[in-house]
Structure formats: C-alpha cells, structure tokens
Design a protein around this ligand. Sequence first.
Ligand SMILES: Nc1ncnc2c1ncn2[C@@H]1O[C@H](COP(=O)(O)OP(=O)(O)OP(=O)(O)O)[C@@H](O)[C@H]1O
Ligand SMILES: [Mg+2]
Length: 371
Amino acid sequence: MITFEGAAKVYPDGTVAVAGLDLTVETAKTTVFVGPSGSGKTTSLRMINRMVEPTGGTVRIDGADIREQDPSRLRRSIGYVIQQAGLFPHRTVLDNIATVPLLLGWRRGKARARAAELMELVGLEPAQAKRYPHQLSGGQQQRVGVARALAADPPILLMDEPFSAVDPIVRTSLQDELIRLQRELNKTIVFVTHDIDEAVRLGDRIAVFRPGGELAQYDTPERLLAEPVDGFVESFIGYDRGVRRLSFFPASALSLREDVVFDDEDRVERALTTVGDGGEPWALVVDGDRLPMGWVSAAQLLREPTGVPLGTLELAPYGHTFDVGTDSLRAALDAAVLSPAGRAVGVDDEGRVVGVVSQEDLGAALWSVAE
Ligand SMILES: Nc1ncnc2c1ncn2[C@@H]1O[C@H](COP(=O)(O)OP(=O)(O)OP(=O)(O)O)[C@@H](O)[C@H]1O
Ligand SMILES: [Mg+2]
C-alpha cells in the first residue's frame, strides 16, 4: 500500500505542481493517475520513488515513511517505465533488461537468464535479444521497457505514459498484454495517462487530477463514469461516458429473441408468421450450422412468393455480431447501431446465432442499467 498524506510539491519559482495529495494506492491493484497536462501526475508518481522530494506531507510504502529509506535502494525496489521506454541505446535488448539485476550484484549468467525469461513474458522473440533499441519498433521498445522494469521482480511498478508514443493498434495490444501480465504478477501498479479510455481499461481505481495539482476524484472506473463529482471531471471524461459505461455490464443480461431467427431452408410463408404486417420488421436468416447469413425485411417478405426458401433471397448484411458470453452491453449496442436492421445478432463462442436483440429491448436494458 502506498499512502500520500498531504503530499505537496511547490517548486522554487512558486509553481504548485501537487497541492496536498491524500490518496491510498492499494497493493496488487492497478491505480491510474489521469488528468490534463501539467496537473501534477508525473510529479506525484515520482514522489513514490523519491525522484521528486515533496515540499510538504509524507509518502509511505506499507506504512514506512520513504524519507527514511535510501533513495537508490528504494528505486531499485520499484520498477519504472517511461514514454519511449528510455532504453540505453548502446546496450542490447538483453543487457537493457538485465541492468537492474546486475546493479543488484547478480551474476551475469543469472541476470541474462532472467532477462531471457522476461522477454518471453512480455512477448518478445528470443531472436531480438541481441538487437539494439533502434532496431526495434516502438511497441517492441515499450515491451523491453516493461521487461526491464520487472527484471528484479519489484513489488511496485510505476508507469508514466508508457504507451502514448505508439499507434492506437499497438497501444491496444500493449494494454492487453499489461492486463494479462498483471493477472499473473499482481504488482502494485501506478500508471499515468492523459487518456481516459486507457485509464478505464487498465485501472482498478482511477485518480483524476485537475489543473493546480489537485485530486478531483478517486474512484473505480465504473463509479467515475456513472457519477463524476463535478463539471470538470464530467467534461474530462467526455460526453459519451454513458456509452463507455456500458462496457461494465455483460451482454448476457439481455434477453434475446429467437422467434425472428429462421433457417435458410425455411419458406417465406414461415417467416411471415412472426415477421410482416403489424409484426416484427426484420427476420434473421441462418445457415444449417446456425451461422448468420443476413437480414430480410418484412417489406421484402411481403413482396416475395410465399414458397421461396429464405436462403435464396437477397439478404442485407448482418454486420458484426456480439458474443453473448463474453461481450458487454457496449458491444451489443455497437452491433445494433451498425446493423441495417437496427438489431444486434448475439452469437455463442463458435459464432452460432443465439438470438437477436432489438433496439427497444436494448433501450430497456440500458435504461435499467442507467438507474
Ligand atoms: N522542475 C520544475 N520546476 C518548476 N516547475 C515544474 C518543474 N517540474 C514540473 N513543473 C511544473 O509542475 C506542474 C506539474 O507537472 P507534471 O509534470 O507533474 O504534470 P503532468 O500532469 O505529468 O503533465 P503532462 O501530462 O504534461 O506530463 C506543471 O505546471 C509543470 O510545469
Ligand atoms: Mg507527465
């Protein structure tokens, strides 16, 4: 547990970087510091490893005042990852990762073996061990940075915008990797970002900083999106917080309709029993394996001869589906919005249709979640 007790930093020129921070970072959880530029995130983070000395208040790790610990020993017990990895350009990947173990006096062989193990853990190929940082992509460099920070197995990992210099696709995969790693390692992670989506994805708890180095809100992602404490937090989170919040609710809560799903060998007349005049406006056609084929509208069904098999009709694309077992309401809503029928197709883990959900049903589910 890391505790900030009125921790403050005022620079000699009078700049208040952090104004009396009171915050408890829980052990084995990921805590994200988010906020606009200059709001004191980096300064607060660096107080933890004494790269910044507070001008007021106290920072404790597991109850012990960090001022009573030797700064270089403290730093070696805390992993630190920064933007653009901050790797040593003239050392190979393997030697970059082995840096801290060697500083701690490990034998070279043991340090390198540990480095090789970490390369695998963060998803780097063994063949990259002998390369130099400039021979790697930005995403690979960040992986090396994470491996280096984990090398001595520190209980605490500080990460200052580690993924902000890579493109969005690489960034998402680095976030996925971090989520996977954290499940395995259970570190106490403090992660700084500008990006509220990244914060919501990664954080067990999120601290929103406001200009002037003040803590605006400290909450779980779900509560932050549901109940921003004031206008600043609300505007920082963004106007679509309602939609984002849906990612915390499982799609499994939806009740899906099966009566508008028909086999490709079913005839038009059969579909017209539920779809058509005064009934449902769309039918979903599936193949013999219950994989989705496409939508047919009531208007079209009424125009076709009644004996025609549904699979022979021209179908509207079903768009993308959502997984009933693993996806969230956000995915279901997205699928419905993108579907020409305004309906989302729910599938099982093998892509077979379980049922469809209409906008009305989604609306009702969203409404009950919003309360
Ligand atoms: N050495 C320094 N001397 C004077 N002011 C400083 C110093 N270092 C940082 N500051 C100021 O302290 C404030 C907080 O800076 P900090 O780096 O903690 O912000 P941040 O939230 O990490 O911002 P960013 O998102 O841009 O990285 C800023 O106004 C910054 O200009
Ligand atoms: Mg910063």
